[in-house]
Design a protein around this ligand. Sequence first.
Ligand code: SAM
Length: 292
Amino acid sequence: MALNISPGDHVLDLCAAPGAKLCMILDLLGDSGSVTGVDAARHRLAACRTMLQKYALGDRCRLFVADGTTFSVIPVGSHSDCKTFESGLEEKDDVFKEWTSRRPWKERRKANRSGIPQSVSKSQPPELIYYGRHSGVVGLTKGELYKTVSDDEIGSHGYNKVLVDAECTHDGSVKHIQKFENWGWGTLQRRVLDAERTDNLHVLQLNLLTNGFRLLRVGGSLVYSTCSLTLAQNEDVVEQFLKENVNAELEEIDGARNWPCKSGGIPKTWRFDPFTLQTSGLFVAKFTKVAI
Ligand SMILES: C[S@@+](CC[C@H](N)C(=O)[O-])C[C@H]1O[C@@H](n2cnc3c(N)ncnc32)[C@H](O)[C@@H]1O
């Protein structure tokens, strides 16, 4: 809702799995534009792919297992030489053909033997694990899909909308906290309250936000959200990001005043919480990229 998805938008979802918000974005997008989903956890993104296929929502979507802090693939509609499905296939050998979930037997055996890790590292190249027929991938070569562009070019060829629904401690999610009744409160201490872990998360969140914003075109909008209630993972990230990015401005979120939420610690940011508003916890901030 906060992203204000419009027909024709090219949307990047940088922490996409398991895909609830990605599916909603695809639903709002209709039959133009594209959605690129990225997640570092292969098994979670595979679940997202299953959901897209089950609900027939994946026609305009592509999914990459990749580290969102270094991901650098621009929207498909930005390739001026992008071929349509009908015209592009015969001309080059190395083109992406229509998606098939059935990989050749030899390829599957190789993947099983190599024990591919469940999560990727910064240095691993992105791996395309799904693309829809109208995602713009069909007809491109690998080189075209992974073409690197300068930051200046991203200003005009980047994504119109970016969602960074960042990894966090989930301490605002009532359902998540209830799980610790079974897992034990010591586990809560380690996973949610440990200072080193939350410091690392702050860095990850800032890096995800910074890279998502880099891939946004001038005039585009980015939404940063977490389901944590802490200042460190929300307002502090926003404050530091604004300090480091002079071309970023906080943007008013249309309609937020009518939602069951209250103002965050920084004007134009919003908080949902279980105490006053009887919802799960959520922090939302929206940025726009201005020309400098
Ligand atoms: C809060 S969940 C996202 C939920 C998702 N937006 C949805 O609506 O279903 C955060 C996600 O960030 C992913 N993640 C963690 N580190 C990442 C990284 N460096 N790059 C990309 N994704 C990452 C996790 O695997 C997890 O799936």
